[in-house]
Design a protein around this ligand. Structure first.
Ligand code: C2E
Ligand code: CA
Ligand code: CA
Length: 646
């Protein structure tokens, strides 16, 4: 016997309403039929009592039943049993009256009526079988008691056969009740599944368009809103602006205080920004520490600038998270629709470029996209496409800037510097095309092309038997971000039978620290194990901590030319160079001064104990053939002031 479920009790209560009415009719009929044999007064009393009981039970069933969903508490179950006993009682009394006062005709009527009531009640109570059992017991026990009291053997078949009939009915009702329950359960399951699926769908749609950390629309939701705005027919198209924001110090917070503080900071930033914008403007988190605002409330550059200032200012005050005080800070780039772009993709790209400009200008700046930026984009697009042609047709060359021993004047080697002479445009600055290559994913191909050039020149010099010393090659931070590509391009160097020890790899502090540079120490170890020497370029211009830097397998430091420039005038620059020499001596590293242009600088460097240098004083970057010539002479005690060509 299974525990009843609410649907079982609900079905019982509904059916019991009609059962009460039927029982009343039945009782009235029976009373009429047997009143001659059992006495009219007796039957009138019986009918009156029965009607009262049925009415009370009916009222309870009506009040407790649907549309209320009954909860299955012990009290409810008790109530059901009491109701069943009450409903059975009149029929039990009828049995007693028929067996004790009536003749065979009344007894047969009582037996048939009881059997019929049992069958009928089985239909009503089939889903709560224990209540059906109570009902039968409440009817049969008085019947059996009456038999006992009458002490008449011929009466015993009545309760016995009713009991057998009852057992049979209980078994059949139980089977039917179980099936009905299963049907209800699976229907409820199906309904629950539908509700769960609907909830899941809502959550998924919310997650697809919302960011749960800040409860703001995400990139997808934001772009969709922008597209919707842009799609409103030609006339209805509203003018609006897009702001892109990038938090200044979020990475630091995440790295040093943990992700939970980072997440909290994002939520605080979202709240502050929301409080500054108009209700019609839309704020979104695009991902990481990037936010965006779709501005419909301001249009002129002046109004946009004023809004941007409000946003920058609201993120300048510290946020308290637990025991920490965090300064979020932001830079903002903006672009306007339809003035600056015709679709959401271009609008975001242009706002992003403006954001980069803003970050370059320093923290907390706002830059609005304008014609000069558009001209710059066109130039970069052109460089990208021309650079691809240049890479495919082998237009990139390498120039070598000799490196000298400051004491002996001996040529120690050279730094290889990439050169690109465009067939129509002429020479293009490495700084310019390398930055386009970095932005457009072409660094790997540039590096491969440089390694190939250097390997070819080295192979030629080896064949000719010229000792050119070591060649230093510059690595881009992106080279170190894709170790597999870098190792593959350097493999080609070794495959040409060249000794890795002939190559120095110059890395900057920016290559070693910063976003996504976690694997760099391992990569540098691997490179150094392969025999390549590592040199730290532009030393003094980065922000890396010395202890961090010198855990790397670095063999050489190149003092940035900004310190060499002021060497003879600025005591600070002199102090930096002197301290660098000290550190290098302690750690057994080579020091190279770069950008040496005057004899005074040469002498100052010698006095400070720097042993090697390069610069226009001796030679700018020159062609492989010119460098070979210099290397063959071997020394430059009389510096060549003429060789300054790039
Ligand atoms: P860098 O590695 O610091 O290279 C030295 C730069 O200083 C070169 O500029 C060189 O021409 C210039 N220079 C050399 N001596 C003097 C001097 O006495 N005075 C002055 N004022 N400048 C001097 P370049 O060739 O324009 O290269 C600029 C930067 O571009 C390089 O800075 C380097 O970061 C990058 N670069 C150049 N070639 C490559 C390359 O093949 N691969 C990579 N990844 N980057 C390169
Ligand atoms: Ca360099
Ligand atoms: Ca340098």
């Amino acid at each position: 016997m299974e525990r009843p479920i609410p649907q079982d009790v609900a079905s019982l209560l509904i059916k019991s309403r009609s059962a009460v009415v039927l029982s009343l009719i039945n009782a009235a009929l029976v009373a009429t039929v047997v009143s001659d044999g059992l006495g009219q007064t007796t039957m009138a009393l019986w009918l009156g009592g029965s009607a009262l009981i049925f009415a009370v039970v009916g009222a309870f069933a009506y009040r407790a039943g649907p549309p209320k969903v009954p909860r299955i508490t012990p009290r409810v179950l008790r109530g059901l049993h009491v109701g069943a006993i009450a409903m059975a009682l009149p029929w039990g009394v009828l049995c007693i009256l028929a067996l004790s006062l009536g003749g065979p005709a009344e007894q047969v009527v009582a037996m048939v009526v009881c059997a019929g009531t049992m069958a009928g009640s089985a239909l009503v109570l089939l889903r709560v079988i224990r209540v059906a059992a109570t009902f039968y017991l409440a009817m049969l026990l008085p019947c059996a008691a009456a038999c006992l009291a009458a002490n008449a053997d011929h009466l015993w078949p009545i309760p016995v056969s009713l009991s057998l009939f009852g057992v049979y009915l209980l078994a059949a009702a139980n089977t039917a009740g179980t099936k009905a329950r299963e049907r209800d359960i699976s229907a409820a399951d199906a309904r629950r599944t539908v509700v769960e699926l609907e909830t899941a769908y809502e959550t998924i749609s919310k997650l697809a368009f919302f960011d749960i950390t800040t409860d703001l629309p995400n990139r997808k939701g934001f772009v969709q809103r922008m597209d919707d705005l842009m799609e409103g027919g030609e006339d209805a198209r509203p003018a609006f602006a897009l702001f892109m924001l990038d938090l200044d110090r979020f990475k630091n917070v995440n790295d040093t205080l943990g992700h939970h503080v980072g997440d909290r900071l994002l939520a605080i930033v979202a709240e502050r920004l929301r409080s500054q914008i108009d209700d019609d403007d839309m704020l979104a988190r695009l991902g990481g520490d990037e936010f965006a605002v779709l501005v419909t409330s301001a249009h002129t550059p002046e109004a946009l600038e004023a809004l941007a200032l409000k946003l920058v200012t609201c993120l300048n005050s510290p946020a308290t998270i637990g025991s920490h005080e965090v300064y979020p800070g932001t830079s903002i780039g903006g672009a306007r629709y339809p003035d600056d772009a015709g679709d959401s993709g271009d609008l975001m790209k242009h706002a992003d470029i403006a954001l980069h400009r803003a970050k370059e200008s320093g923290r907390g700046c706002f830059v609005l996209f304008d014609e000069s930026i558009r001209g710059e984009i066109a130039r970069r697009d052109w460089i990208e496409s021309e650079l691809k042609t240049a890479l495919a047709s082998g237009q990139l060359r390498v120039a070598y800037q000799p490196k000298y021993d400051l004491l002996t004047g001996e040529v120690l080697g050279a730094e290889a510097l990439v050169r690109w002479t465009h067939p129509l445009e002429g020479p293009i600055e490495p700084g310019e095309f390398l930055s386009v290559a970095a932005e457009r994913g072409l660094i790997y191909r540039v590096t491969c092309s440089i390694v190939t050039e250097i390997a070819r020149d080295l192979a030629a010099w080896r064949r000719e038997g010229v000792d050119i010393g070591k060649i230093a090659m510059n690595l881009h931070p992106l080279d170190l971000k894709s170790p597999t590509d870098l190792l593959a391009s350097l493999d080609s160097f070794a495959a040409d039978g060249l000794d890795p020890r002939a190559l120095i790899l110059e890395v900057t502090e920016g290559c070693i620290v910063g976003r996504g540079m976690d694997c760099t120490p391992m990569l540098l170890d691997e490179l150094s194990e392969r025999g390549f020497e590592i040199s730290l370029d532009d030393f003094g211009t980065g922000y890396a901590s010395l202890s961090h830097l010198f855990k790397m397998p670095i063999r050489e430091i190149k003092v940035d030319r900004s310190f060499i420039r002021g060497l003879t005038r600025s005591t600070t620059d002199r102090a930096v160079v002197s301290a660098t020499v000290e550190i290098a001596r302690e750690l057994d590293l080579q020091v190279v001064a770069e950008g040496v242009e005057t004899i005074e600088q040469v002498e100052a460097l010698r006095a400070l104990g720097v042993h090697s240098a390069q610069g226009f004083f001796w030679s700018g970057p020159i062609s492989p053939r010119e460098f070979e010539h210099i290397a063959r002479i071997g020394t430059a005690l009389e510096p060549s002031r003429s060789a300054k060509a790039g």
